[in-house]
Design a protein around this ligand. Structure first.
Ligand SMILES: [Zn+2]
Ligand SMILES: [Zn+2]
Length: 468
């Protein structure tokens, strides 16, 4: 390598550090709730001459600050949907999609308002329905729990609440927490609509406000992000308003956009190009993390139009506590906020941010769920006095054998924690020296990943175990 090559590398390294100082992702602007003439949309087709998804995607490509559009057709004939047209729509989205410049997505808005609510669904190339000869995959009309299970078990699929009321989706907000439904649902709107806007001058902002349902879901223990939806029914795709769901992704490809939605890496913005970075210890919005120490929360805002903020506020709450989130801290007239709330070891919180811009625009980020667990960061190699800590079988059904070797006589405890850091089992190990093995039967636990900790006398060893 000569000196010039070294210089080039140094410049590249410097440039990438500059970018990462703000965000490791690119920002893509769009919405995933719209209808074509196949399901109650393009209501002005006689004058717009647009009625099919392909035409709608082509229109949206030329709208300002639109990098992607998802058309979410009603899934039933009452709103015009016929199975053959659903398959046509899938093919049209494929041909309209332009990797790298505009992403076209095709999905459905499942259900009826009067029968339990609307769920936006993506990731299936099949129509899910209940009407004779009008579905690829059957799901009874009022069975939302069944719908969520189908989504959860379909790789790459996700559900997103359309315009929720507090009794929707088999009363999901007030029923006991359902982990399968939680894994299926990745988002809910801050705003949706106006669904019947005919404006094409970006001047008909959404006034609906579904924050209370976002709060209800967090209160009930669900993990979901927050977006901004148009629910377009006229030929105005991307132009009725400036509101956007902003996705953080590496590239503007269909797989990257869908992956970002599934990862809850998005935010709801009244503004059409504001870039928000929200992290906890460097982890981006949407993540569920367990780390040692208190979380360093960091928010920064870049608006290419140079708009200023009137405030940034961090909200927080306890997942599944039944209590709504409240404001934690706030800053006025700043484009950034850094804050580290002191939290106790073993506790769990979620955090999200609201940015109020000087022109009144509101922006809500998806949350970060943070569990403080100080033992996870201790390197195992620093603890030579316990060796060969093993768990077998793994995965197990809750009955397993653990074994280890010590060089000195130790008083140890065996503890089992959920991935969120909640202790579910505690067992004193008989004082021992040398090799020790014991069979353990855990109480009945939900399937998932657990942490097994062997600890005592300032020492500890960790193993992950899957229960299935
Ligand atoms: Zn709807
Ligand atoms: Zn709709």
């Amino acid at each position: 390598m000569n000196l010039n090559q070294v210089r080039v590398l140094a410049i590249i390294a410097f440039a990438s550090i500059q970018l990462q100082a703000f965000s490791q992702y690119n920002y893509y602007f769009g919405t995933i709730h719209a209808h074509s003439g196949y399901s109650d949309g393009n209501k002005d087709s006689l004058t717009s001459f647009m009625s099919m998804p392909y035409e709608d995607f082509e229109y949206a490509k030329h709208s300002l600050h639109m990098d992607y559009l998802g058309i979410s057709e009603h899934n039933h004939s009452g709103a015009g949907m016929q199975l053959a047209n659903y398959h046509r729509g899938v093919r049209q989205a494929d041909s309209a999609n332009q990797e790298g410049s505009f992403v076209s997505l095709y999905g459905m808005e499942w259900g009826e308002i009067a029968s339990g609510g609307h769920v936006v669904v993506y990731g299936f190339d099949s129509l899910i329905g209940w009407e004779t000869n009008n579905y690829d995959i059957f799901n009874a009309q009022t069975d939302y729990t069944g719908l969520f299970a189908k989504i959860a078990h379909h790789p790459g699929a996700f559900g997103y609440f359309a315009h929720p009321t507090n009794s929707d989706y088999n009363a999901i907000y007030t029923s006991p927490y359902n982990a399968v439904s939680d894994s299926a649902i990745i988002g809910t709107p801050f705003r949706s609509g106006p669904a019947f806007s005919t404006d094409t001058l970006y001047s008909d902002p959404s006034t609906g406000n579904y924050l209370t349902r976002f709060y209800d879901a967090l209160k009930a223990g669900y993990h979901l992000g927050i977006g901004m939806d148009h629910d377009t029914h006229y030929s105005v795709f991307g132009r009725s308003q400036k509101g956007r769901t902003v996705v953080l992704a590496d590239t503007l490809t269909r797989s990257a956009i869908l992956d970002a939605y599934r990862s809850m890496r998005f935010y709801a913005s009244d503004d059409w190009n504001a870039q928000i970075s929200f992290t906890a210890n460097g982890h981006t919005m949407g993540q569920i993390i367990t780390e040692a120490g208190s979380p360093n929360l960091s928010i920064s805002v870049i608006d290419p139009d140079g708009e200023s903020n009137s405030s940034i506020t961090i909200f927080y709450g306890i997942p599944g506590s039944g209590v709504a989130p409240t404001a934690l801290t706030s800053v006025s007239s700043s484009l950034s906020l850094n804050y580290t709330p002191a939290i106790a070891n073993g506790t769990s919180y979620y955090y999200f941010a609201r940015i109020l811009q000087a022109d009144g625009d509101q922006i809500y980020t998806s949350p970060i769920w943070y569990t403080r667990s100080d033992f996870v960061a201790v390197p195992e190699l620093a603890l030579p006095a316990i060796q060969y800590f093993t768990i077998t079988p793994n995965p197990s059904n809750g009955e397993f054998m653990y074994s280890f070797t010590t060089s000195v006589r130790l008083n140890l405890m065996l503890d089992v924690y959920t991935a969120e850091g909640k202790q579910v089992y505690h067992h004193p190990v008989p004082p021992t020296n040398g090799m020790y093995a014991e069979q353990v039967q855990l109480p009945t636990l939900a399937k998932g990943i657990y942490l097994i900790r062997l600890s005592g006398e300032g020492l500890q060893q960790m193993q992950k175990m899957i229960i299935e």
